[in-house]
Write a protein that binds this ligand. Structure first.
Ligand code: CIR
Length: 260
């Protein structure tokens, strides 16, 4: 049987739009380049497909420069999908653009209706529970609304906190297998992963914490050799993807797909 938190048969991605230069970012380190971003995107999609999964590749949305970060628009669980309500006003409309695709894939599609906000990047599904990090994008009301749906579907949801200055909870962590989490030291220091086996990304490689376990692979950002070596020694099969341009928009491996 597939493990629902890291063994997947499908993924949804969206091509980066030529409007990407207008994408949100906490610190301006220059605009991303569309061509190199498209190349990296192709490598990312190819890695997902290489595991045998079907990838639904959606067209770019010029009106939504952050539209390629599809993870923030929904949460996919075995029982159904939940459409999110992003805390970034410019991203609210991305949810409606994702809805039809999810309705084709799932019989049960719920919706966070507000007034709270919640983004998929703040949600880590581990198999034994759903961890949701409050952040600048995800508030208590958003978490509470998701908790009611999760409860109905038989999931335990635990509210945790994203470190100050970090965009999303999963900017700083990822699930590696049923009991192993890759995390920055600063996030793990909050105590939120008690009971899990935690692998710390080495100091100076914090940006490598946003990885994804997708079937037999771990997709991680290129340029973090000590993290790559650690994961390799732990027996994970890693694929390194150029994340230079996505990183300029605070994006990483998890943001670029919905996986189910
Ligand atoms: C944003 O600020 O919303 C986008 N520029 C980046 C979103 C990254 N998403 C994610 O980590 N799940």
């Amino acid at each position: 049987m597939k493990h629902p938190s890291y063994e997947f048969s499908r993924a949804i991605t969206r091509r980066p739009a030529s409007s990407i230069a207008a994408g949100l970012r906490a610190v301006d380190s220059g605009n991303p380049d569309l061509d190199t971003m498209l190349k990296a995107h192709e490598a990312y999609v190819a890695a997902l497909k290489s595991t045998g999964a079907k990838v639904i590749e959606l067209d770019s949305l010029e009106a939504f420069p952050d539209g390629q970060f599809v993870e923030d628009t929904a949460l996919c669980l075995p029982q159904g999908a939940v459409l999110m309500r992003p805390g970034a006003p410019s991203r609210l409309g991305e949810v409606g653009e994702m809805a039809a695709t999810l309705r084709d894939c799932y019989e049960d599609v719920r919706e966070i209706t507000g007034p709270g906000h919640i983004e998929g990047g703040d949600i880590l599904v581990t198999g034994k529970e759903i961890l949701v990090g409050r952040s600048d994008r995800t508030d208590a009301e958003g978490v509470a609304e998701l908790a009611r749906i999760a409860d109905e579907w038989g999931h335990r949801l635990r509210e945790v906190f994203t470190p100050e200055g970090v965009l999303h909870f999963k900017t700083d962590c990822s699930l590696m297998d049923a009991e192993t989490i890759l995390s920055t030291k600063r996030l793990d220091a909050s105590g939120c992963f008690e009971g899990y086996r935690v692998l710390h990304v080495p100091d100076g490689e914090e940006a490598a914490a946003n990885a994804i376990r997708f079937n037999d692979l771990v997709l991680m950002a290129e340029g973090y050799p000590r993290t790559a070596e650690m994961l390799d020694l732990q027996g994970f099969q890693i694929v390194e993807i150029d994340n230079t341009d996505c990183a300029k928009l605070d994006g990483g491996m998890s943001c670029l797909s919905l996986r189910f």
